[in-house]
Design a protein around this ligand. Structure first.
Ligand code: F0G
Length: 456
């Protein structure tokens, strides 16, 4: 069959509340054109994030009822630990309430002034947690990864030559090498198994631990199976296990590829470091057999990990993005190619080239998508990255708009609707105006900045 259908039936639904374009114009004005200010019930299709927004399965809800809320030694933890270890065979598995909590614990132990940590591309919370300790976060993704139109199959790969040179130069100042799979900030682009292995080898040769930020590990494994030579006949589970076999640890947000609404973990092989991490965990998250989560959350994650490696699911998951991207491409919309795992990225700087980067073309596009179709997306560009800590403002490397697709939540007719909204937008896009920021906080301004549309 040609159509790759949603590999599930729907048992429980949430109504979508429809708004009119006039209502949305007023709502935008009320929130000063910042989409983070909207109430979710005023959004028709919410593509702000794929994090924590998954639909849980009947089996996960069933597992929730089996959750055991004992403070110590809960069987929910035993099931969680076994499910993680089945895919990622680390010695110590330490639950946290979400991914950034795992990062905060790790970098509080190995970060600090004078340290520098390379990655293909650090996600912004990872960067924040590293820089928060006084250490430096450095991105070493391959050049293809910064070119929205380049069709290279593994645009998330680490630049191995740069990594080698970096480790040779900074040696002792590097407490670990990180790798984000898939590369979220770079468009949800995958990393090949060969690149993971080479990165591990280089890190090992320099005696530096290798840690994977694994949020979207199953999507990454699917791309390896589809695109990497010699991997096509292997099971997703085998590929996943291989990805983690050479790492010394991982951080994870279970809000992505574990189908959970909350949760995460830190995994390590180093006994001494794990002991320090558990001590820190008790101070900040909770006892090591629940780590800031309820027992029922641990059970939902354990079940989610069994479901996420389903090929039927992953085929449908990635196909959804490809489907939208193919249609947007035909409309002439500048989309980031090839399709990433969790989101569709639009290159707003290129598509709305009449809007200067400092008049925020990504924000203009995101606001227009909401006004025309009630779609909430997220600017990942000059609004998010344009203000440096010293107060200066300059254009970010790219002005992208991310439409992150929640897992198992929307259907193909929702995808068709998204494309139709773009069709309408394409007809008027040259009339869209830029924005100015009229108020912003000193840090992370994209969450709360107030905007005003520029006229004429
Ligand atoms: N690493 C990556 C690659 C992520 O995408 C995220 C979260 C985190 C770490 C942190 O995990 O949210 O559980 O604390 N990304 C979300 C997003 C917020 O919308 O991309 P968390």
């Amino acid at each position: 069959m040609k159509t790759i259908i949603e590999p599930f039936r729907i048992k429980s639904v949430e109504p979508i509340r429809f708004t009119t374009r006039e209502q949305r114009r007023d709502l935008l004005k009320n929130v000063d054109y910042n989409l983070f200010g909207l109430k979710s019930e005023d959004v028709i299709i919410d593509l702000l994030t794929d994090s924590g927004t998954s639909a849980m399965s009947a089996a996960q809800w069933g597992a929730v009822m089996n959750g055991d809320e004992s403070y110590a030694g809960s069987p929910s933890f035993i099931r969680f630990e076994a499910a993680v270890r089945d895919l990622m065979d680390f010695k110590h598995i330490i639950p946290t309430h979400q991914g950034r909590a795992a990062e905060a614990i790790l970098f509080s132990l190995i970060g600090g002034k004078g340290k520098t940590i390379p990655s293909n591309t650090h996600f912004d919370t990872t960067r924040g947690n590293i820089e928060g300790t006084g250490a430096e976060a450095v991105d070493l993704v391959i050049a293809e990864g910064k070119d929205p139109q380049n069709l290279f199959p593994f645009k998330g790969n680490m630049d191995l030559e740069k990594l080698e040179a970096f480790l040779t130069e900074h040696g002792d100042a590097v407490p670990c090498v990180m790798m984000t799979i898939t590369n979220n900030a770079g468009g949800g682009q995958p990393v090949s198994l060969a690149n993971i292995r080479e990165t591990a080898k280089i890190a090992q040769a320099h005696k530096v631990p290798f840690i994977i930020d694994a949020c979207r590990f199953a999507e990454n494994a699917w791309f390896i199976k589809q695109r990497e030579e010699g991997q096509g006949e292997r099971s997703i589970k085998d590929i996943v296990r291989d990805c983690f076999a050479e790492a010394d640890g991982m951080t994870m947000s279970a809000k992505k590829d574990a189908f959970a609404n909350i949760g995460g973990w830190l995994a390590l092989n180093d006994d001494a470091l794990a002991q320090k991490a558990r001590t820190r965990l008790i101070q900040t998250e909770g006892f090591p057999t629940y780590g800031g989560l309820a027992g029922r959350d641990l059970d939902a994650i354990a079940q989610g990990l069994k479901e996420i490696i389903s090929e039927d699911y992953l085929r449908y998951r990635v196909r959804t993005n490809e489907y939208i991207i193919e249609r947007l491409d035909r409309l002439g919309v500048a989309v980031v190619k090839p399709a990433g795992g969790h989101a569709v990225f639009v290159d707003a700087r290129s598509w709305l080239s009449h809007i200067e980067p400092l008049q925020y073309p990504g924000q203009a596009l995101a606001v227009a998508l909401y006004e025309i179709g009630g779609i909430r997306s997220c600017e990942i560009g000059t609004v998010m990255f344009g203000r440096s800590p010293d107060g200066r403002e300059s254009p970010a490397a790219m002005d992208l708009v991310r439409m992150a697709i929640p897992r198992r939540v929307y259907t193909q007719s929702h995808a068709d609707y998204i494309v139709e909204v773009f069709e309408e937008l394409a007809a008027v896009k040259d009339e869209l105006m830029g924005y100015e920021i009229i108020e912003e906080p000193p840090m992370m301004r994209h969450f709360t900045a107030k905007f005003a549309p520029l006229s004429g």
